[in-house]
Design a protein around this ligand. Structure first.
Ligand SMILES: [Zn+2]
Ligand SMILES: [Zn+2]
Length: 225
């Protein structure tokens, strides 16, 4: 499973880095930073793969977890509802653990690895200290024991997680201006929002939604490129 996570990372980040080189040539000039981002990300892939591998094995072999394969096992509205619930739960976990990581001692020991990317590139998607990777690695494997989800819906959650992890660090905005600066952008997090976290540090902690940042007064608005 770690190998799958590593290949998924290399393909997605590599694909978006290639796209960036075409669209914004010269944006990723710091090769030493990119080498460091890839190193930490591959170490994180190893950590992400462990709980995911154990849970996938338990699901196949022993029927652990609440992952189901018959789409009619629950009402059809549950398919989108479960996706949203997983994203909201992951977002809440990320917000509070991320905010804790900005406490000075945890920051210098752990989270500084992620912020060493100034500004981050598409390769920084999983550039975390191994102990921070561990806090991220357990979220989805824990949720599948708590909240029923169809296997395809889980695939969509993982795809969104991968896509947003990469694009939020890409150094330019992929999504249309109308979305980012419109009504949806008031609640959704894209690169323009997360870039500001990398610039100003103690604000914009969220992952997918601006909900917790808004509730807790840590949303400082969108950054700019
Ligand atoms: Zn980041
Ligand atoms: Zn941070």
């Amino acid at each position: 499973m770690s190998a799958i996570v590593a290949v998924r990372y290399l393909l997605t980040s590599g694909g978006f880095a290639f796209w960036t080189a075409k669209r914004h040539p010269g944006l990723y000039a710091n090769r030493r930073q990119i080498a460091r981002e890839i190193g930490w990300s591959l170490a994180s892939a190893l950590i992400y793969g462990l709980p995911a591998g154990i849970v996938a094995w338990g699901w196949r072999q022993h029927g652990w977890t609440r992952i189901y394969t018959d789409p009619h096992a629950y009402p059809l509205w549950w398919l989108p509802a479960s996706i949203l619930l997983y994203l909201l739960a992951h977002d809440a976990w990320f917000y509070w653990t991320h905010r804790a990581m900005h406490e000075p001692r945890l920051f210098s020991r752990i989270h500084a690895v992620h912020h060493a990317s100034r500004p981050p590139t598409a390769w920084a998607a999983m550039s975390f200290h191994w102990s921070e990777a561990l806090t991220g690695a357990i979220v989805i494997p824990a949720l599948v024991f708590l909240i029923p989800i169809h296997v395809a819906a889980l695939g969509i959650v993982l795809a969104i997680m991968t896509l947003m992890g990469v694009t939020n660090h890409m150094g330019w905005e992929l999504f249309p201006r109308a979305l980012v600066h419109g009504r949806a952008g008031e609640w959704l997090i894209t690169a323009t929002h997360h870039q500001r976290h990398h610039r100003d540090y103690r604000c914009n902690y969220g992952l997918y939604f601006r909900l917790w940042d808004r509730l807790c007064g840590t949303d400082k608005g969108l950054g700019g490129f």
